[in-house]
Write a protein that binds this ligand. Structure first.
Ligand SMILES: Nc1ncnc2c1ncn2[C@@H]1O[C@H](COP(=O)(O)OP(=O)(O)O)[C@@H](O)[C@H]1O
Ligand SMILES: [Mg+2]
Length: 151
């Protein structure tokens, strides 16, 4: 079976002013396994992930994902190509349910997510209004049950 090169990084350089955080990084990640990047604090791990995922633009070098050049692309374009990331300090929408948080993350898979986001936020506003009504009427388990289970 052919082993795919998922990510290839060539001669990646990232500077912050005169400080060189990534100094010619080369990397090849193949197959379906788990690959770890390890190193002491300040080694440049987060900077490398930030450059690969488009949060930071490299000063030099090239990044290929599944053979396609993604160097310097905007993060939302890279996400749509299939790279996702998590953060050391996660950010969730604390006012929304788990389901809604997952839904927000899923929205970016659409072709034109901007209108869709507005639609969903509108439905969230309606939903909290609706839930307040349901609670006012004393109907329990609004989220857990379907209406047929009330009777
Ligand atoms: N936005 C930034 N501006 C200036 N220096 C930075 C910035 N981000 C990271 N650095 C520096 O780059 C080096 C690598 O940091 P980082 O990638 O966060 O390391 P790691 O994730 O391996 O701990 C550190 O010396 C850090 O201080
Ligand atoms: Mg880090």
């Amino acid at each position: 079976m052919e082993v795919k090169e998922v990510i290839r990084v060539e001669n990646l350089v990232k500077k912050f002013g005169s400080f060189v955080a990534l100094n010619g990084v080369n990397l090849s990640i193949v197959g379906d396994g788990i690959t770890s990047i390890i190193g002491p604090n300040g080694a440049g791990k987060t900077t490398l992930i930030n450059v690969i995922t488009g949060r930071l633009k490299p000063d030099r070098g090239k990044i290929l994902f599944m053979g396609r050049d993604i160097t310097g692309l905007q993060p939302h374009k890279i996400v749509r190509m299939g790279i996702s990331r998590t953060f050391q300090v996660i950010n969730l929408f604390s006012g929304m349910t788990v389901y809604q948080n997952v839904l927000i993350a899923s929205l970016n898979r659409g072709e034109d997510s901007r209108g869709l986001v507005e639609d969903v936020l509108r439905s969230f506003r309606l939903e909290s209004y609706t839930r307040a009504r349901v609670e006012l009427y004393g109907l329990p388990g609004f989220h857990e049950y379907s209406p047929s289970e009330y009777v």
